[in-house]
Design a binder for this molecule. Structure first.
Ligand code: PMT
Length: 222
């Protein structure tokens, strides 16, 4: 059953990892494949939304009917997202690097004489979803929480700290879900009448999970 219940809505989605350069040939990144964010983009488009997918470096085809903008670093991802606002719904599925190199070396870093190792200085990246949620014209803002322990406690504090409308908590310590796999499970957390409410969603394909998340969002969209 296909309901075009997002017709007339503009949705912006981030997906994939970011890459933070250390020098011209090396970077810091993570294992995000982009599958979860691309599944959300496909599901939003199938439900009639105008979809902008701001994507880190992944090797996935663009879902039909989706406009895609490719970026590399967290700072580029934030600029791309801000250029697409305002929108009705923002979904932050990207695994954004929390830190980048304090200085990107102009030339390839050389091994030092020192056998003890190398220390990299890192600085904080901007928080994209918190920046969007802090705007006066904020969209309905959905974040993800990728956790390896105390899933709901950590996700609950991200929900509040980043001032999100909804957080999708997923366990990334298991091989059958999370990063890279075709399937995922999640617990949705949101605030309602001064209480934190929860809705677990079972392990299923990322495409089906995307629709289950959107069923919940559509009910609450202003
Ligand atoms: O791409 P796949 O291989 O399909 O894997 C999917 C996934 C595991 C990457 C995805 O389901 C997921 O959990 N995405 C969020 C990953 C993450 O970085 O989570 P976090 O708990 O570190 O961040 C919390 C939230 O803040 C996320 O919505 C994140 O997009 C956002 N964030 C984080 C840091 C930052 N600088 N800016 C942000 O917007």
């Amino acid at each position: 059953t296909i309901h075009r219940d997002l017709a007339g809505r503009h949705v912006v989605i981030t997906a994939g990892p970011t890459r933070e350069a250390l020098d011209p040939v090396r970077y810091l990144s993570n294992h995000s494949s982009g599958k979860m964010g691309y599944a959300l983009a496909a599901a939003c488009a199938a439900r009639g939304a105008t979809v902008t997918l701001v994507s880190g470096p992944v090797s996935l085809p663009t879902p039909p009917g989706v406009e895609r903008q490719d970026v590399t670093s967290a700072e580029e991802m934030l600029a791309a997202v801000e250029s697409r606002l305002p929108c009705d719904l923002f979904i932050a599925c990207a695994a954004v690097a929390d830190y980048r190199a304090a200085h990107v070396a102009e030339h390839k870093l050389k091994k030092t004489e020192d056998e003890s190792g190398l220390t990299l200085a890192l600085v904080r990246n901007p928080d994209i979803v918190a920046t969007v949620a802090a705007r006066a014209d904020r969209p309905f803002t959905v974040g993800f929480a990728a956790e390896t322990q105390s899933l709901e406690t950590h996700a609950g504090s991200k929900l509040e700290r980043k001032r999100l409308d909804l957080i999708v908590a997923n366990d990334v310590a298991r091989g059958d879900r999370g990063f890279g796999s075709d399937d995922n499970a999640a617990t949705l957390l949101w605030r309602e009448r001064d209480e934190t409410r929860r809705q677990p969603l079972p392990l299923q394909s990322k495409r089906r999970l995307a629709d289950a998340i959107l069923d919940h969002v559509v009910e609450r969209l202003p």
